[in-house]
Design a protein around this ligand. Structure first.
Ligand code: PMP
Length: 420
């Protein structure tokens, strides 16, 4: 096969691409925590498909199950007809994930991607409550279709679509609005004005850790209080766990630490375990007031993804798996704390929970520079935050510890090269 001319991307592909510019090479292969390009250069992947590859690339067990399924001419496309692959996934998800956590949810297949699950959650909340407003939070990210974009609290992401849809109300995330007023008090004050024209919302949609928004962590206390406000006002709480879910913060769901049970949960990205497009929306059974066909779509439920997602759930049967994420997380946080101390020129701050971590730099250009230097040294990571001021570490949650250490050392070399 001839080598791919990078110019093809420049001339043929729409200007909308960004990763192509940040990682200017042509990739050919990937395994576990590694990727390789056409020149045979090896990279450690601290990007993990923006959180879609939490178990690394081409997991052997998932691959074997998928090959077996394909070899046996398993159903590929079925719309929402019943298939064995779908049945196995539903059973296993219930037995391995929901039941042990005391969660009782119905599972819906809203369409292939993260934005599809968010759209279905917004629609369902409006239908159930008969209300229209949805509260979301500053710097939150929920997707690129008009509904999910409208509840995305980042104006630069919204700019292409102009103003958000009506009825999307943005509130400050977990921080103080002013000297004496917390965001929750502000929110309550807003709701108390319902008598004077403020509409009680159908739902609030929130990430427990904001990924695209810059790895902003909401405290468990804040999440609990938010949950409490929702209950008192009869507002549905939607947790968008598209990025923070599936082990990224240390547990299967990111909200487990807060001990809450949201009304609706959005999952996608690493759900298939294998990087295949796949999403589900979970909701309390009493909210299931959909009429048949009311939220349909050609690619609702992907049988190949059912197969790999079911295999991925095996990881969660082993109690040591979560412990392993915790160990890797501690190692990472410790190293990052050392880096911000050792390199004060970075004016850095460590952010994150579990293996959803980053360093925010006072001067945003430094974050991009560190990511660029890291890429040159064979480490892939992206930047996040409203000004791209955070370099973001998303290693596989089961990455070999030696590779994790190697990746962290490359970051140190990249910081040295940036601030020297
Ligand atoms: N919600 C969150 C929290 C996300 O991070 C993303 C994607 N970055 C989405 C929704 C949208 O997912 P998708 O890109 O698959 O539509």
């Amino acid at each position: 096969m001839s080598k791919t001319d990078l110019n093809i991307f420049e001339t043929m592909e729409s200007e909308v691409r960004s990763y192509c510019r940040n990682f200017p090479t042509v990739f050919t292969q990937a395994k576990g925590h590694n990727m390789w390009d056409e020149d045979g250069k090896e990279y450690i992947d601290f990007f993990s498909g923006a959180g879609a590859l939490n178990y690394g690339h081409n997991d052997e067990k998932m691959k074997a199950k998928l090959i077996e399924y394909i070899q046996n001419d398993g159903i590929t496309h079925s719309l929402d007809k019943a298939t064995t692959a779908k049945g196995d996934f539903i059973n296993e998800f219930n037995d391995v994930i929901l039941k042990p956590r005391g969660l009782d949810y119905k599972i819906m297949f809203p369409g292939p991607t993260g934005t599809n699950t968010v759209e279905s959650a917004l629609k369902l909340a409006r239908k159930v409550t008969g209300r229209t407003d949805v509260i979301s939070f500053t710097n939150g990210f929920h997707g690129m279709t008009i509904g999910s974009l409208s509840v995305t609290g980042n104006s630069s992401k919204r700019k292409g679509a102009g103003v958000p849809l009506q009825h999307a109300v943005t509130m400050p995330y977990d921080s103080f609005v002013g000297e004496d007023l917390t965001t929750l008090e502000y929110l309550e004050a807003y709701l108390e004005n319902s008598g004077s024209g403020v509409a009680i919302p159908a739902a609030m949609i929130v990430e427990t850790v904001q990924g695209e928004g810059g790895i902003n962590v909401a405290s468990s206390e804040w999440m609990k209080k938010l949950d409490d406000i929702c209950k008192r006002w009869g507002i549905l709480l939607i947790i968008d766990d598209v990025q923070a879910g599936i082990g990224r913060t240390g547990s299967f769901f990111s909200f487990e630490e807060a001990g809450i049970q949201p009304d609706i949960v959005c999952l996608s990205k690493s759900l298939s375990g294998y990087g295949l497009p796949f999403a589900i929306t979970l909701f309390r059974p009493e909210l299931d007031i959909w009429s048949p066909g009311e939220h349909n779509g050609t690619f609702r439920g992907n049988n190949h993804a059912f197969v790999t997602a079911t295999a991925a759930l095996d990881y969660w049967k082993d109690e040591a798996f979560e412990e392993g994420i915790k160990e890797r997380s501690e190692m990472t946080h410790e190293y990052l704390e050392y880096l911000v101390q050792e390199y004060p020129e970075l004016k850095g701050k460590v952010k994150g929970r579990g293996l959803m971590v980053g360093i925010s730099c006072e001067e945003p250009e430094l974050a991009s520079k560190v990511a660029e230097e890291a890429f040159n040294r064979g480490l892939i990571m992206e930047t996040a935050g409203p000004n791209d001021e955070v370099f973001k570490l998303f290693p596989a949650i089961n990455i070999e510890k030696e590779a994790l250490k190697q990746g962290l050392e490359i970051i140190e070399e990249s910081i040295k090269a940036t601030v020297k």
